[in-house]
Design a protein around this ligand. Sequence first.
Ligand code: GGG
Length: 324
Amino acid sequence: MRIAVIPGDGIGKEVMNAAMILLENLNLPFKYEFYEAGDEALKKYGKALPDETLEACKKSDAVLFGAAGETAADVIVKLRQELDVFANVRPIKSIKGVDSLYKDLDVVIIRENTECLYKGIEFEIDGVAQTLRVITKKASERIARFAFEFARKEKRKKVTSLHKANVMKKTCGLFRDVCREVAKDYPEISFNEYYIDAACLYLVMDPYRFDVIVTTNMFGDIVSDLAAGLIGGLGLAPSANIGERYAIFEPVHGAAFDIAGKGIANPTAMILTACMMLKHFGFRDEASRIEKAVEDTIASGLKTRDLGGNLKTFEFTREVVKRI
Ligand code: GGG
């Protein structure tokens, strides 16, 4: 299987190195091919997502992505649309030993990935800037069904739809109505909905009321950072972008330029992202071994700085390798 590896910007390179150490140790039938994309690629080639990279992604079985920087719209957002990976699966799961706001939290955010305000249709005329929000029945139905199928497969009990249909009556109204319709096909899974603003309050005050969340693209982007904060931060949040043909695996975090190049980034999100890729291809045991090694490392008090420890990216990765 061909995996197109794009480290991307900022800490992307550092956390990707960590994930590659673990992946290459496994001796699986993956061929890793490295490609450039991001802010540096823009400077070098005049294009943040060079044609060669896009073509390689289209020829690969999966993409493993590190981090997007200032060119996120032209790199990761564009790649998701080009490869039609319409569902962004973002698990928010507590890890023992992390001093977080909440313990034993296990929520999965399913973010629609191809439309909404991130469609990239923007205009500026005479000092008036506009962005077009596109919500279609087709994409809403596809993501709602994905969320319910995911809940069914993972034996989860509830799907919650997040929208703002009292204000964005057409776009969020359509999304809300489609989710309600799809929910009827899954009577064994309970369904409810919140306005996105209220959902942010509930997530902070009582996140245990959530199980699977389904929402539109930009709301999904925002609530996944918020939710990552509940379990200890973006250093712990992996994700998978899934479509009919392609899949892109990327941590929720971005380039984190403030700490890039210092060797102190937490590679956990990237390593857990690699585990999502392993599971996607059926290598569940290998993924579980790595996940357990990460959990054991953190539970034994060995942590990177973001979690109150003092290990560097490489030192943390070495501890994980030791425990596999
Ligand atoms: N929120 C973390 C972050 O900065 N992610 C990179 C980014 O902006 N990605 C665009 C996206 O996820 O839509």
